[in-house]
Design a protein around this ligand. Structure first.
Ligand SMILES: [Fe+2]
Length: 244
């Protein structure tokens, strides 16, 4: 029993340093994350117990599956904020989005004000796990021309770049920030994602980390992942998380 409590305490100390989680799916019923407000509250309590004091949650926006808009997301955020207040959970919560790069995104980019992270126009995006869009670099450039600062979500989960580390380097040179999922380091997404994430850490090319929490299983995995050496090295970086 004693060692169980001790381990929890150490886990919390680690995430206290990170301060802000900027990638999660905590708004109920609008994507593949929390289904009900009770789920949302349970996940938020667990993230707070890990040491996080601020959560920037990022529902999917995908033309085919999750047709969220700033309105659906901000209405959901209000519901979650009210529930947090009613339960006196001492965390701050904000919302942005995880934009999937499809044709709908290109249209939104030109026509709408997109939801961004923090106060500096950081835009979280993901791409297909099957192949990279042909126009990836052009779309990134267009985001930048429009004043956004792109953050690529979980670059380690795109297997088609597996050994092409020069490409990750060129993305960063182009001004793209890289956000790895903490659980990649514990092997949660498989050996390739673990290897690529570790290599990105070795090269010091990691700008942000996220839990990408959809459900309790992700938080259970975090308790194990924080014991990885690569995670400890990550904590020595000046991660952007603590400045959000
Ligand atoms: Fe995500």
């Amino acid at each position: 029993m004693f060692s169980f409590f001790k381990r929890k305490e150490n886990t919390a100390a680690n995430f206290l340093e990170v301060k802000t989680d900027m990638h999660s799916h905590l708004i109920p019923g609008i994507d593949d994350g929390a289904k009900t407000i009770e789920d949302s509250l349970a996940l938020i309590k667990e993230l707070h117990a890990l040491g996080y004091t601020k959560l920037i949650t990022t529902p999917h926006i995908m033309s085919d599956f999750y047709r969220n808009t700033p309105e659906t997301i901000l209405a959901g955020l209000e519901e979650v904020r009210n529930a947090i207040k009613a339960e006196n959970i001492p965390v701050t919560i904000e919302a942005a989005a995880e934009y999937y790069l499809d044709d709908g995104f290109i249209h939104k980019l030109e026509e709408e004000k997109l939801l961004t992270i923090g106060n500096n126009n950081h835009l979280l995006f993901e791409i297909s796990y099957v192949n990279a869009p042909d126009n990836l670099l052009q779309v990134i450039f267009r985001m930048q021309v429009l004043g956004y600062k792109p953050i690529m979500a979980h670059p380690e989960r795109y297997p088609f770049w597996g050994n092409n580390f020069d490409f990750y380097g060129s993305l960063r040179e182009q001004g793209v920030l890289l956000q790895i999922n903490v659980n990649s380091l514990g092997g949660y997404y498989g050996p390739d994602a673990k290897r690529i994430a570790e290599k990105l850490i070795e090269k010091e090319w990691v700008d942000l980390i996220g839990t990408d929490t959809h459900a309790t299983k992700h938080i259970q995995a975090l308790h194990k992942t924080v014991r990885e050496k690569s995670f400890k090295k990550l904590l020595e970086f000046n991660l952007l998380n603590k400045h959000l």
